[in-house]
Design a protein around this ligand. Structure first.
Ligand SMILES: C[S@@+](CC[C@H](N)C(=O)[O-])C[C@H]1O[C@@H](n2cnc3c(N)ncnc32)[C@H](O)[C@@H]1O
Length: 195
């Protein structure tokens, strides 16, 4: 396993265009979820946001309060240019470590961020997500339901995740995802955890 999954590691992955996780468009399970939201003022956070396809989708659909945080400055510099008309308005872009972020959000979106972290951080991830959510706020997104050799990504299973998330979240669901992209078919769980 790569020992230091730090800022330099992720920055180099972007600088070297070594971004095998990047699907090139907003993931259908997430866009379907966004499509049924009526409150466009929800405070939405996307940690480890990558190239921001979900951000573009949210902006196109009128969402007014989106925040992203990513540890790789090479990426966030690119995002600042890509989303220049929205930055500082509907969209706030932070460069930094999710675990040091503070704020309050109604909705936090997960996609290949959990699996990018060293598995020793999983309890901290759950605690931090819970801390960042408003009462009634939700963590929604996708977790891999399969193993990988080495990592990142680091996989797992519903059997592992349920006790982990139930440490902080008493309400929620974790179901096989029915509309994953083809390479991830039958290998993802769609999660909704409510604070
Ligand atoms: C596997 S990529 C996924 C990117 C995006 N979610 C996607 O699906 O395309 C993981 C992302 O998390 C970011 N990241 C890793 N550790 C982080 C941390 N501690 N805080 C914030 N971002 C982090 C990386 O820079 C990278 O952009």
């Amino acid at each position: 396993m790569t020992s230091q999954l730090d800022c330099q590691y992720w920055n180099n992955r972007y600088r070297n265009a070594d971004t095998g996780w990047d699907i090139g468009y907003a993931a259908p399970p997430l866009t379907s979820y966004f499509d049924q939201l009526t409150d466009k003022n929800k405070r939405i956070l996307i940690p480890g946001c990558g190239n921001g396809y979900e951000v573009a989708y949210l902006l196109e659909n009128g969402f007014q309060n989106i925040t992203v945080i990513d540890i790789a400055p090479a990426l966030t510099e690119m995002l600042s240019q890509k989303f220049a008309p929205h930055a500082g308005k509907e969209l706030t872009i932070y460069t930094g470590d999710f675990f040091e972020h503070s704020g309050v959000y109604d909705l936090i979106i997960e996609q290949t961020f959990f699996c990018a972290l060293n598995p020793t951080l999983r309890s901290c991830y759950v605690e931090k997500m819970h801390e960042l959510l408003s009462p009634g706020g939700k963590l929604v997104g996708l977790l891999f339901n399969r193993d990988f050799q080495g990592g990142p990504p680091f996989g797992g299973s519903r059997e592992e995740y349920e006790p982990l998330f139930s440490q902080k979240f008493s309400k929620g669901s974790m179901e096989p995802c029915y509309n994953s992209i083809p390479p991830r078919r039958d290998a993802e769980l769609f999660i909704q955890m409510e604070k």
